[in-house]
Write a protein that binds this ligand. Structure first.
Ligand SMILES: [Zn+2]
Ligand SMILES: [Zn+2]
Length: 242
């Protein structure tokens, strides 16, 4: 793979982003640094604005088609940009709203290359850690300030939990300024935890300018070899019936 940066956290109008996949890719191409790939990571499944779901059946009925439509759109964009920009198909999942549906969700991820979990508390992280290695694609802990999210847990314990479960940690623009996370970034490189970079692009493309400093920060902290690069999964989602 080239030396360029991967930005794995971008939203489109499929969820709450303002720019189409093509517009996001074009904006990355216009950057004055090299971008090696763009990950689309729209919110899937239950969100604060979706309606309440009571059963697994209902969950599948409501979100199954939506998820397949999303995957198809991202895969089509991948084809369109073939040879120009590598596009990854991610998804962001709200932990509190979906934590009871994990088994159902796991079976709905055909064609998705990685999942970002947001708003995970310590109980959630331990639950996720117990099963993350059995997920069909890599699991990423999204935009988490570990001091804030896990106030009663030592950084050492957090990093060990991530490492054992092979959960990827995301360095997100939301964590800027990065100087306030020095303590965590002294602990993180001591264990085998991969690092994803993401800007959480919604309606402001100027966040892409944060990428070089995030990448540099990662390299300065010895994480260059641990930068996460998803593997492309099944070109087309499986047939609808199962
Ligand atoms: Zn988020
Ligand atoms: Zn996001």
């Amino acid at each position: 793979m080239s030396e360029g940066i991967l930005n794995l956290h971008n939203h489109t109008p499929f969820s709450d982003g303002a720019y189409l996949i093509d517009e996001i890719v074009e904006a990355h191409q216009k950057c004055d640094f090299e971008v090696a790939g763009v990950g689309i990571s729209d919110h899937l499944f239950c969100t604060p604005s979706s309606r309440e779901v009571k059963s697994e059946k209902e969950f599948e009925r409501i979100f199954g088609k939506e998820t397949r439509d999303y995957v198809r759109q991202v895969h089509e964009a991948r084809q369109r940009w073939d040879g120009e920009m590598q596009i990854y198909c991610g998804a962001e999942i709200n932990w509190p709203l979906n934590k009871t549906m994990l088994d159902t969700i796991k079976a709905m991820l055909d064609g998705i290359d990685y999942v970002l979990f947001e708003y995970v508390d310590w109980a959630g992280l331990t639950q996720l850690a117990n099963q993350a290695r059995r997920w069909p694609c890599p699991v990423v802990l999204a935009h988490t300030d570990v001091t804030e999210a896990f106030p009663n847990t030592s950084m050492d314990q957090v990093v060990r939990t991530l490492a054992n479960a092979r959960i990827v940690y995301e360095l997100n623009s939301k964590l800027l300024p990065l100087s306030q996370h020095e303590r965590w970034f002294k602990v993180l490189p001591n264990h085998r935890v991969q690092l994803a970079l993401g800007t959480d692009t919604h309606d402001d493309l100027s966040v892409l300018r944060d990428l070089p400093q995030m990448h540099e920060f990662a390299c300065e902290h010895g994480l260059k070899e641990k930068l996460f690069c998803p593997k492309i999964r099944a070109e087309e989602p499986q047939a609808v019936s199962r």
